[in-house]
Structure formats: C-alpha cells, structure tokens
Write a protein that binds this ligand. Structure first.
Ligand SMILES: [Cu+2]
Length: 142
C-alpha cells in the first residue's frame, strides 16, 4: 500500500489546476479530489496499490508510457469476471473504465462509496495474466 502524502497531493493538485484553469485557491479544500498518479510501464501499474478514503472524489491521472494501448478498469470481482469475457473494445463511457491509448495520459475521477478493496485491471488479452493488476483499498472515515 502507498498512502498519498498530503503535500505531494497538493503539489500535483496545483499542477492540475494550472493546466485545467481551476483556481488554485480551491485546491486545498478537503472536498476537492485527491489526485493519484498512476504510471503504466512495461504493462504494469505503478503504483500497484493505492489507499483512498471513502466518500471523497479521487482523480486518477493515468500515464501510459508504453507503445501499446492499455485499460484501467476498477471494480469488484464480479465486474472483472464480466470484463474477462467482454467484447467492448474501448472504454470511455464510465469513470471506472478507462482506455489509455499508447503514450497518452487520461484522467478520471471516482468517488468510492463503501470501504473495502477493489482491483484495477487491464483486460486486454494477456495483460492481466502478465501482471497488469492493482488494488484500491478504501478506508472508512476520511
Ligand atoms: Cu494492458
């Protein structure tokens, strides 16, 4: 597990605010999204485990450094089982199911509404078996 340190989150938040035009003085409020960067490199997620509080928006900034497309799909075991046999080629309609094309960055904001543990997995053929799996631990309170 890797806890996002507040100072780091604030710096990243300011950087995001700078590029998105959000007023910087709004970033520090606790109701604003936590920002968690995830890098994809050699078909692995870094970090492969993150911890977030329940009920607070979390913006995942996912950077794919690979020359091939990847996915970041977060959910419970039943959701992943559906995706293992699914046929959707590209994901963009749900904040919990993102396609990150080769050498691009995507952002998605998710609010987890119950404590527990979920996984994020790339369901492109062979990627999960290769190790493209991570865990989100959702802690109670905030
Ligand atoms: Cu992948």
């Amino acid at each position: 597990m890797r806890l996002q340190r507040p100072a780091t989150a604030l710096l990243i938040g300011l950087a995001v605010a700078a590029v998105t035009g959000i007023a910087a003085n709004a970033v520090a409020r606790s109701t604003d999204p936590l920002v968690i960067p995830i890098t994809i490199h050699f078909s692995h997620y870094d970090p492969a485990a993150v911890t977030v509080p329940v009920g607070r928006p979390v913006t995942f900034v996912i950077t794919n450094t690979d020359p091939i497309d990847h996915e970041w799909i977060v959910g419970d075991a039943a959701l992943h089982e559906r995706h293992r046999t699914g046929t959707e080629p590209v994901h963009n309609a749900r904040p919990t199911e993102i396609t990150i094309p080769a050498r691009t960055e995507r952002q998605t904001t998710v609010t987890f509404d119950a404590p527990g543990a979920l996984q994020y997995i790339c369901h492109l053929p062979g990627h999960e078996a290769y190790g493209m799996v991570g865990t989100v631990t959702i802690t109670p309170g905030g």
